[in-house]
Design a protein around this ligand. Structure first.
Ligand code: ASN
Length: 309
């Protein structure tokens, strides 16, 4: 999609209207579910001196502003944690736009955009079990609402959605690796009929590693079924300064870039939290049964592809 004409046809496609209606219903379901569960919505930040380091190759996006180097947010993980420094708030979510300048080799995965939105949720003084319960309920509610509200749209798109059985199944990554090999995420997603959880991935410094069982991480992903792949990722968080520093060093993280965050952890003031982020466009791709994530975004930002508007 490189010409103005292509981009206009993409916007004008009949399916786009159905897809946007499904997206609106799913987002309404999320907001309603959050509100009734006392999860407060806070506004996202797009520029910050610090952002998620991310655990994979990508390009940085930053701007110089009055002598300060500000990065475009790759995720709001660290701000989410800090927002719960407010003593009267223990559950928060953001509709967080993320800019991740991914490499062009991810163009055809069908799942990657270099600009996307996630529903970023964080809970204070709770465990992964609490978080999983909240998300299971949210997903069931989204399905139910979308299927009820968007009968015509789903039909026009030729999409049949089966309501999932909750609680969703939980697998350990090791268990699936033994069963399916290195491609276990893809294969398990292809074989599944309902969304499911996988726990324990070695990732960024902020996901909590078990102190008694090094190499075990209290984090997780949710996967969509039918091969649609990753839906949400998150975990219990590190909040102790020494652990954060240890893990940053292990991952060769640029410690200086996190100076303000570390000045808070040094004082023992990082709240103890658990959370995760649900990719909005990936969810819509799954709900509407589209092949490529490009097809569910009005103004697609596909890795390596020219941007028209
Ligand atoms: N939102 C994710 C989380 O809460 C972080 C990410 O997107 N990398 O863990």
């Amino acid at each position: 999609m490189t010409t103005v004409q292509d981009a206009l046809s993409h916007i004008a496609a009949e399916d786009m209207r159905h897809i946007m209606r499904v997206q609106s219903a799913a987002l309404k379901a999320i907001h309603d579910y959050m509100y009734s569960n006392g999860v407060l919505q806070s506004m996202p930040v797009i520029l910050s001196p610090m952002t998620d380091p991310l655990n994979h190759p990508h390009f940085d996006a930053n701007v110089e502003y009055y002598g300060q180097r500000l990065q475009l947010t790759k995720s709001m993980i660290l701000q989410k944690q800090l927002s719960l420094f407010n003593g009267g708030m223990d559950k928060v979510y953001f509709m967080s736009p993320n800019v991740r300048l991914e490499e062009a080799r991810l163009r055809d995965t069908g799942r990657h955009l270099f600009e996307f939105t996630q529903v970023d949720i964080e809970l204070k003084d709770r465990t992964k079990k609490d978080f999983m319960q909240l998300v299971d309920g949210m997903l069931a509610y989204i399905y139910e609402f979308v299927v009820r509200e968007c009968l015509d749209e789903l039909k026009a798109l030729g999409r049949e959605l089966k309501l999932p059985t909750v609680p969703l199944k939980v697998y350990e990554s090791e268990e699936l690796k033994d069963r399916y090999g290195e491609q276990f995420e893809t294969i398990a997603s292809e074989k599944a009929e309902d969304p499911f959880w996988i726990t324990n991935f070695r990732r960024e410094f902020y996901d909590r590693e078990d102190k008694e069982r090094r190499g075990y991480f209290h984090n997780y992903d949710v996967f969509w079924p039918e091969g649609y792949g990753e839906a949400l990722s998150g975990g219990e968080r590190e909040y102790e300064h020494d652990e954060i520093i240890r893990k940053m060093k292990e991952r060769s993280t640029d410690i200086g870039a996190y100076a303000t965050y570390l000045s808070v952890s040094e004082k023992g003031l990082i709240p103890r939290t658990v959370g995760g982020g649900l990719g909005v466009e990936r969810m819509v791709r799954y709900l509407t049964g589209q092949r490529h994530i490009r097809d569910v975004t009005m103004f697609p930002r596909v890795p390596g592809e020219k941007v028209v508007f």
